[in-house]
Ligand binder design. Structure first.
Ligand code: SF4
Length: 422
């Protein structure tokens, strides 16, 4: 089944916004943009769904389809989908280093075979009174201002048994998801359940279940739909649509997902790379790219220089005993020979307050806040806290708390450069 893009909201539309606002803009606002890349996983998913649709389409007329037939249809579908994308001028993008169609074809076939063997031919996924594939659902609900939000979605399959309707979604992932990824996958099905509830045809349905099937790891995840889940799903979509409506900047959020984004050639994150590749004499860009190379060289040099500075400073500190006359804290000045400058070295012992990696920091902050003393300290930045701590400049109450948490004094050194005064 070919799915048309419409004006209604959809789960994939909302997902796109969550992934990258810029991609959303290219796809759903500036509708003339052409997607020039397609991920191989779209082809994998599309062929897999077509074959499962074929397995169930006329289930009551044909019963279980022999695997040889499935295999033949699979071969045809794979070639058809691959050729169609190529004929649209879309470049197929692959994951990581695996760039061979055959490997993805085999994976798709494995998913189908595993589904067939584990869920289809065994009767696990055919024990229902009736089923329907590729069903359109159109959930509708109100946002906070009372405006109707209309959605459109496609259910891979729904089954009815004993007046219980199960919404089934097929997945091709290598592993079943956990936590937030699972929540995300379930949200979509709760949205579809909202569509089922409002549809007159399903008035007699007593309960709704949702089911995700991952044939590759052989996992099924099933939930009974509760009112609370539906309300949560509504809230989730209402909030996101509100965010989309308020969005003004549409800034791109690059990440792994860019690999399969069809809009890389127009996205500012990548477009100049493509421009340069396609036309090496784009002078405006070329000049800037030369500057970028210079910047890289300078940054590398500055890293090297900073390393040398750190080495010199640490050598000075290692030799501090020659200048400190046995004191553990103090200040001394070492002149340079030819530059007319000198180094001022300060060495002091400071009490150490628990840092951000230390779990006691939170406990200490809580105690300071609970005792109403946070306004007095206001920050735990060592530059402002340490001198006051050393000089006991906080109130007694605050000092008492701080003393309970601070560690042994530790040495802090600072080396600054200045011109030698004539
Ligand atoms: S290429 Fe990446 S950053 Fe650019 S629009 Fe696509 S997903 Fe967003």
């Amino acid at each position: 089944m070919k799915r048309q893009k419409g004006n209604k909201w959809s789960n994939s539309r909302i997902n796109t916004f969550q992934t990258c606002a810029r991609q959303y803009k290219y796809k759903y606002i500036e509708k003339d943009n052409k997607e020039e890349f397609v991920s191989i996983s779209i082809i994998v998913g599309s062929v897999y769904h077509s074959i499962l649709e074929y397995m169930y389409k006329d289930y009551y007329l044909k019963g279980i389809i022999p695997f040889e037939d499935i295999q033949k249809i699979f071969e045809i579908e794979w070639d058809k989908k691959l050729t169609r994308e190529k004929s649209k001028g879309r470049e197929i993008v692959y994951h990581d280093e695996i760039k061979d169609d055959k490997i993805y074809k085999k994976y798709t076939f494995d998913c189908i075979k595993r589904y067939y063997d584990k869920f289809y031919v065994t009767g696990i996924e055919t024990s229902f009174d009736s089923c329907k594939t590729e069903e359109i659902v159109e959930p509708e609900f109100e946002d906070e201002k009372g405006h109707i939000l209309s959605f459109k979605g496609f259910i891979d399959r729904y089954d009815i048994q004993d007046n219980v309707l199960t919404i089934v979604d097929y997945k091709t992932s290598r592993q079943a998801p956990k936590d937030t990824y699972l929540d995300k996958a379930l949200k979509q099905l709760y949205l579809y359940a909202l569509g089922i509830i409002k549809d007159e045809r399903f008035k007699s349905v007593k309960d709704i279940n949702i089911k995700l099937i991952y044939p590759f790891p052989g996992v099924k995840i099933e939930r009974k739909v509760k009112k609370k889940d539906l309300e949560e799903a509504k809230g989730f979509y209402v909030n996101l649509i509100d965010l989309i409506r308020k969005e003004k900047k549409w800034i791109q959020t690059p990440g792994y997902h860019c690999k399969s984004c069809g809009f890389q050639k127009i996205c500012p994150e990548f477009k100049y790379k493509f421009k340069l590749k396609e036309s090496l004499d784009e002078l405006d860009i070329k000049d800037l790219t030369n500057l970028i190379d210079q910047l890289v060289v300078l940054k590398d040099k500055s890293k090297e220089i900073n390393k040398q500075i750190d080495n010199i400073k640490s050598t000075i500190i290692k030799n501090k005993s020659k200048f400190m006359d046995g004191d553990s804290e103090g200040r001394f000045v070492i002149p340079g020979t030819e530059t007319g400058s000198e180094a001022v070295v300060n060495i002091e012992k400071v009490p150490k307050i628990p840092d951000s990696q230390d779990s006691m920091r939170e406990v200490m902050i809580k105690e300071i806040i609970d005792k109403g003393l946070w306004e007095e300290i206001a920050t735990l930045n060592s530059v402002s806290v340490n001198p006051k701590l050393k000089k006991n400049q906080y109130s007694n109450k605050l000092m008492d708390i701080l003393r309970m948490y601070i560690y042994e004094e530790e040495e802090v050194n600072r080396i600054t450069m200045r011109k030698i005064k004539k």
